[in-house]
Ligand binder design. Structure first.
Ligand SMILES: C[S@@+](CC[C@H](N)C(=O)[O-])C[C@H]1O[C@@H](n2cnc3c(N)ncnc32)[C@H](O)[C@@H]1O
Length: 280
């Protein structure tokens, strides 16, 4: 029995995803088919008339079905690009977001002329921030997470990408010796629990809740992290955090008494995205 050509498979997949209300249906169909064929999207155009094998057809069908059930494309393909590198991701970790590259940029700016600075990434997840900083600066970076499962993913990403990162399980920066860190970076959980009902189902039903939610206000992890950072960071050292939607005012208030030189960077959409503070 003849199987579908690549072109018809893309068209049928696109139609199914569109009907199922999935965003960017054509792109998604192409990415999923490329995954089933172990090929890049460009291959699909060059081989549009080739027929799928039975196995490719079965895999593609399964991926489409998973996506229609809400599973994010990145958890299906098991990869996400971050700062120009490919990271393995699965349901144990948050899918790194492009906005977080602003945090990396800000950290790199600090590290440019501080070759000896000791850097800690709190809540490392897939390891995207820590691994990127280690590779971009050629130094060893420390990274913590409360989730042992996330640390397995992060360690494997560091190994695969050749980054020197010392991972450890910790509740935020609790395990850190006082005054031992020069730069603490973090993209902490910051979604208010009350927002759960209105979130995209791809996020709410698939990404780890420990990576998303931070109490009723969304500020609880910031509060504890800022408290702990005060002990962990040396005087004159820096704290860099990603900001959640409408969290700036609350975070600034928490930093008011013990931190100086507060600076905020906005993302491409104009939202305050990164806050930097210096330990008094
Ligand atoms: C928003 S995700 C960020 C993941 C990754 N750094 C990134 O930017 O893609 C927050 C991470 O913080 C971790 N986390 C949550 N609560 C924590 C805690 N109390 N101590 C340490 N890590 C925590 C989660 O497991 C998750 O990996």
């Amino acid at each position: 029995m003849p199987f579908l050509t690549i072109q018809s498979a893309v068209e049928q997949g696109t139609a199914l995803l569109e009907e199922g209300g999935v965003g960017a249906p054509r792109l998604t169909a192409e990415v999923l088919l490329g995954h089933a064929l172990h090929s890049e999207r460009a291959y699909l155009y060059a081989h549009a008339r080739d027929e799928l094998t039975e196995l490719q057809w079965i895999h593609y069908g399964r991926y489409l079905n998973d996506r229609l059930k809400g599973k994010p494309t990145q958890y299906i393909t098991r990869k996400q690009e971050f700062y120009g590198r490919e990271f393995y991701v699965d349901e144990r970790v948050l899918i790194p977001r492009p906005e977080t590259e602003h945090l990396v940029e800000a950290a790199l700016e600090f590290l440019r002329d501080q070759p000896q600075a000791r850097v800690l990434d709190v809540g490392t997840g897939s390891g995207a921030i820590a691994v990127t900083l280690a590779l971009e600066t050629g130094r060893r970076v420390f990274a913590s997470d409360i989730s042992a499962a996330a640390l397995e993913v992060a360690s494997s990403n560091a190994r695969k990408l050749g980054a020197e990162v010392a991972f450890f399980e910790s509740d935020l920066a609790e395990a850190i010796a006082p005054g031992s860190i020069d730069l603490l970076v973090s993209n902490p959980p910051y979604v208010p629990g009350a927002d759960q009902a209105n979130m995209q189902r791809e996020v709410r039903d698939w990404e780890p809740h420990v990576a998303l939610f931070a109490g009723d206000s969304g500020l609880e992890i910031y509060r504890r992290l800022i408290d702990q950072a005060l002990g962990a960071i040396r005087s004159g050292g820096h704290l860099l955090m990603e900001l959640g939607f409408q969290s700036l005012e609350g975070v600034e208030t928490m930093l008011a008494s013990d931190w100086v030189d507060l600076a905020v960077t906005s993302d491409l959409a104009g939202w305050p995205r990164v806050i930097c503070a210096t330990r008094r």
